[in-house]
Design a protein around this ligand. Sequence first.
Ligand code: UDP
Ligand code: MG
Length: 317
Amino acid sequence: MDLSIIVPVYNEEESLEPLTHEIRSVLGPSGKSYEVIIVDDGSTDGTYVVLCRLRKTEPGIKVLRFKRNFGQTAAIAAGLAYAQGEIIVALDGDGQNDPEDIPALLEKLDEGFDLVNGWRSPRRDPFWSRQLPSLIANGVISWMTRVQLHDYGCTLKAIRREVAKELKLYGEMHRFIPAMAYERGARIAEIKVHHRPRQSGQSKYGIARTFRVILDLLTVKFLLSYATRPLHVFGLVGLISGGVGFLLGGYLTIQKIVYQYEIGGRPLLLLAVLLIFIGFQFITMGLLGEMLARTYHESQNKPIYVIKEILDGGTPG
Ligand code: UDP
Ligand code: MG
């Protein structure tokens, strides 16, 4: 199998038929073998009925149906797990992404990349509620993950199988797929893709998504940078806090013992105690983190590195 197309859908009954036609008219002539994995994320409209019909008329359609709505990230994760193609392409089910862009993604991948992300330009969404939050989020994510992309929110992307199969997705982390792949050593590129206004159905997200994205970003940043050395973050904060607290405490002790000052009512005393306390807490938290990191890696035999290739000619003689 050359290609797996993954389409997460939640209540998109009207857009699926045109979308699958478009996919066929793009991929049919290419001569590539492909499958279209449509993940029905617990739709409550006629999506499932449409899918059952399409499965009989369109070639290569496979349907995964969730028991309830688990979210777009879960739908993409299910598609990734089920996919058999050497290259995996993800695509929105509402028709906002254009299947015509798939060949360009694949071409870029062939230039020697492991993941090519789409960049919706120009974007066809409302400005204040969608484009602006997204602009800010993209800037913050780029800056924090050091993966320079313009559009993390774009579902349309092509990924090599070996990279895709390693991804572990939680929360709403499908937008951090490039960042997670990059951390595993994947080469990332992006190309501009078409974006179309939504023709039918409704967007599944509101402004609240921005906050969830920021929280997920914290998780991703922490996991990417410090998962194998949690004491380096927590311990540093702990040392600074504890150290400052200790100095303040020492200063107060000298005032008390040498100069016989009354220190019982001084705010500084409270601060010193607080800082020392926090310092200890952070260091213990870091140590617990170290133990968790070991359990995490050793329980699943997950190495802390990724090998590209091994050149071993065997033993001479
Ligand atoms: N989607 C999904 N499960 C959800 C929410 C969305 O599978 O819980 C799908 C949805 O059907 C669409 C894609 O994810 O195919 C993107 O969602 P949407 O178009 O609502 O997002 P937007 O384009 O507005 O950012
Ligand atoms: Mg959409």
